[in-house]
Design a protein around this ligand. Structure first.
Ligand SMILES: Nc1ncnc2c1ncn2[C@@H]1O[C@H](COP(=O)(O)OP(=O)(O)OP(=O)(O)O)[C@@H](O)[C@H]1O
Ligand SMILES: [Mg+2]
Length: 250
């Protein structure tokens, strides 16, 4: 059963006012008034003709150097970026869990758990029922009562833990994780890897972007390797990682 079909996908970012140094509002206004076109629109072709099919129950790793297009591709699958060319078909609603997932810094961890749960489509009683599990899984309270403090008082690892715990509390058709585990400590990484394996068994598809090859080895059986927006390799984890490690000189 396919859950995600990506067919010859191209994503292009358009950066307005690049290089002109006149990105100000007054400059934009005067352009509008004088009916001149935007001086310089730079295009960044971030994904170039990627095609693959993902199936139910698969955990797929996404690797490649910085700026190779991994986050861009996940955003496109989540429907957050329009395709320049090609198509993305998904079965069910994909959820993207990124390093910048929208939690509110000024609200307490507790409020964020509740809001996050509601935002994922859980009902209020459902969120209340899962609340303690989420907090326990995150381990936020291991060092004192931090869940009742605002998120801005959390370390980056603590915030990442809470984000992952909220997202992982729900069954997802397609769950995409963009390096959310990277800032967690080793024990939390282990716990979240186990949770990823469970989510997969619940018949979903999981995508995991990581620069940590060990995390990929421990969770995924298939890996996509992106470089400069192109899909260089798509195959069994060991095969692709070996080629990648050779390429990066490890
Ligand atoms: N909002 C944006 N506007 C313009 N260009 C962007 C934007 N976001 C990303 N890019 C460009 O798109 C390309 C791919 O970026 P992307 O963030 O997808 O890479 P990545 O593989 O996730 O990298 P990393 O490993 O560093 O997270 C890069 O060249 C980047 O400069
Ligand atoms: Mg990225």
């Amino acid at each position: 059963m396919p859950t995600v079909i990506v067919d010859d996908l191209h994503i292009v970012y358009r950066v307005h006012g690049a290089g002109s140094g006149k990105g100000s509002a007054t400059a934009a206004l005067s352009r509008i008034v004088q009916r001149r076109n935007s001086p310089s629109v730079r295009e960044v072709h971030a994904v170039r003709g990627v095609s693959f099919v993902a199936y139910r129950g698969e955990a797929i790793g996404l690797i490649g150097s910085n700026g190779s297009g991994k986050s861009t591709m996940l955003k496109a699958i989540a429907g957050l970026l329009p395709a320049e060319r090609g198509k993305v078909y998904t079965d069910g609603q994909p959820s993207l869990l990124g390093v910048n997932a929208a939690l509110m810094n000024d609200l307490t961890g507790e409020r964020n758990v509740i809001l996050g749960g509601l935002a994922m489509g859980m009902s209020y009683p459902e969120v209340r029922e899962k609340y303690q599990d989420i907090v326990d899984f995150s381990g936020i309270n291991e060092k004192g009562d931090f869940i009742s403090l605002p998120m801005r008082t959390y370390s980056s690892g603590m915030a990442a833990r809470l984000r992952f715990s909220i997202a992982a509390a729900k069954r997802h058709d397609v769950l995409m994780i963009d390096e959310a585990l990277a800032t967690g400590d080793r024990s939390f990484q282990k716990r979240s890897e186990a949770r990823i394996r469970e989510l997969r068994k619940e018949a979903g598809t999981v995508f995991l972007v990581s620069h940590n090859n060990k995390s990929i080895r421990d969770t995924c059986e298939r890996v996509l390797w992106l470089e400069k927006g192109e899909l260089l390799m798509d195959g069994p984890t060991e095969e692709v990682l070996r080629a990648y490690e050779e390429h990066t000189g490890k």
